[in-house]
Design a protein around this ligand. Structure first.
Ligand SMILES: Nc1ncnc2c1ncn2[C@@H]1O[C@H](COP(=O)(O)OP(=O)(O)OP(=O)(O)O)[C@@H](O)[C@H]1O
Ligand SMILES: [Mg+2]
Length: 456
């Protein structure tokens, strides 16, 4: 099995509707602070989520499941993302939406399996021979291109590395120069180079370069201790899915010939059950030997009522397996028919036997005051100016319609205020946009009233 080349393939997500959420906003004893970390109200659900986070951290929750249930716009998705924030980037968190399983190319259970494995992490500890230090010099040495022509090629790289104990100058292969460029290494960075593979890892900027006013999000690290050339324990966090992908990739080097080979006959091996079994075997061996540690993460399945009975059966079995993540479901459905069945009506559209093993956390509708607070947070994150009176009006609209509708009125109202030559959103703009757009409830009412005017 190849571990060296495995890079984590975490999905980067840009969920703009939840960017104001930074965590669960609990105090040290796990009590929810009314308005903290971007979350407002919903105290009981937040405290329950806090306990879930604790259980995940203490690794007591593998194979368990939680269901966030509540009406639309009560913060279920927001809570799940807050849990992800609390867990940090060392614990895998894999978000998906129920409807993702429907694809014409991949089997439903295959999609579920892949996401299951994205949610299980493996922390691999290896002692490796490395060269580590702050880069003091980085000079590529060029020669005439041996193939002729005008171009020049890099024949080797001279790199100077400094630690608290001493400095060393290394002469390196041009292939390492490429990885140095990929990692965007500059002088003043702290890096290490693996002696065997030549892999380069940039750890951050040396803290002697830290300035007081720092605009960039740069991580500063202290000057490494000890010798430049040493043995170092390297910790790598990957998910089982990363291992699957890395080992399914066509074998072969990065040179032109093998690239050509791949173009001619694409032989990307698929991730099969057999491959997964093989990987599990190796992983288990590593765990037994103490080289690796299993980090069960979170699989978040939003809109779980979109799954059908086949998926539910599969999930039920997967949850029982030895390596399983914590699964968090969310739904805004009450009693409804389970997809894929004729007439089995069940709470939340989930089979009763699965429902029986989940812990249910309820989210409740917000008060007008809470809505106004959330709207204020949203206005701040979207960088909009709005006066208190208009915020209160918007909060009131929110209680009559939904929170999401009220949030969505912010941007058009801001546009209107710009057109009206103002830099703050006022009551007029809110009233105007509220007239221009309809929320689901009033639209449904109009439909009911004018039924005969629409096509059937
Ligand atoms: N307690 C809260 N504090 C701050 N913002 C919140 C809170 N609850 C919800 N929001 C914000 O309100 C909007 C709607 O919430 P969210 O999408 O989480 O609702 P939901 O319960 O998942 O609804 P649905 O059932 O329709 O999926 C989002 O922008 C979310 O970030
Ligand atoms: Mg949601």
């Amino acid at each position: 099995m190849k571990i060296e080349e495995v890079k984590s393939t975490t999905k980067t997500q840009r969920i703009a509707t939840h960017t104001h959420i930074k965590g669960l906003g609990l105090d040290e004893s796990g009590i929810a602070i009314q308005n903290a970390a971007g979350l407002v109200g919903q105290e009981l659900a937040r405290e329950a989520a806090g306990i879930v986070v604790e259980m995940i951290r203490s690794k007591k929750m593998a194979g368990r499941a939680v269901l966030l249930a509540g009406p639309p716009g009560t913060g279920k998705t927001a809570l799940a993302l807050a849990i992800a924030q609390e867990l940090g980037n060392k614990v895998p968190f894999c978000p998906m939406v129920g409807s993702e399983v429907y694809s014409s190319e991949i089997k439903k259970t295959e999609v579920l399996m892949e996401n299951f494995r994205r949610a299980i992490g493996l922390r691999i500890k290896e002692t490796k021979e490395v060269y580590e230090g702050e880069v003091t010099e980085l000079t590529p040495v060029e020669t005439e291109n041996p193939m002729g022509g005008y171009g020049k090629t890099v024949s080797h790289v001279i790199i100077g590395l400094k630690t608290a104990k001493g400095t060393k100058q290394l002469k390196l292969d041009p292939s390492i120069y490429e990885s140095l460029q990929k990692e965007k290494v500059e002088t003043g960075d702290v890096i290490y180079i693996e002696a065997n593979s030549g892999a380069v890892k940039r750890q951050g900027r040396s803290d002697s370069f830290a300035t007081e006013f720092d605009l960039e999000a740069e991580e500063y690290v202290p000057l490494p201790k000890g010798d430049v050339h040493k043995k170092k324990e390297i910790i790598q966090d990957v998910t089982l899915h990363d291992l699957d992908v890395a080992n399914a990739r066509p074998q072969g080097g990065q040179d032109i010939m093998s690239m050509m080979g791949q173009l001619m006959k694409p032989k990307k091996t698929e991730i099969t059950d057999k491959l997964r079994k093989e990987i599990n075997k190796v992983v288990n061996k590593y765990i037994d030997q103490g080289i690796a540690e299993l980090v069960p993460g979170v699989l978040f399945i939003d809109e779980v009522h979109m799954l059908d009975i086949e998926c539910f059966t599969y999930l039920h079995r997967a949850l029982e397996s030895a390596i399983a993540p914590i699964v968090i479901f969310a739904t805004n459905r009450g009693k409804c028919t389970i997809k894929g069945t004729e007439d089995i009506v069940s709470p939340h559209g989930m089979p009763l036997d699965l429902l029986d093993r989940v812990m249910i956390v309820r989210t409740l509708p917000y008060s007008q005051e809470e809505m106004t607070q959330i709207l204020r947070l949203r206005a701040q994150t979207e960088n909009l100016q709005i006066d208190d009176e208009s915020l209160a009006l918007l909060g009131q609209i929110g209680t009559q319609t939904t929170l999401r509708y009220a949030v969505q009125l912010l941007t058009p109202s801001n546009l209107l205020s710009k057109i009206n030559g103002k830099d703050t959103i006022g009551k007029d703009e809110i009233e105007e946009t509220n007239k221009l757009f309809f929320d689901a409830k009033s639209s449904a009412k109009i439909l009911a009233e004018q039924e005969d005017k629409y096509m059937k």
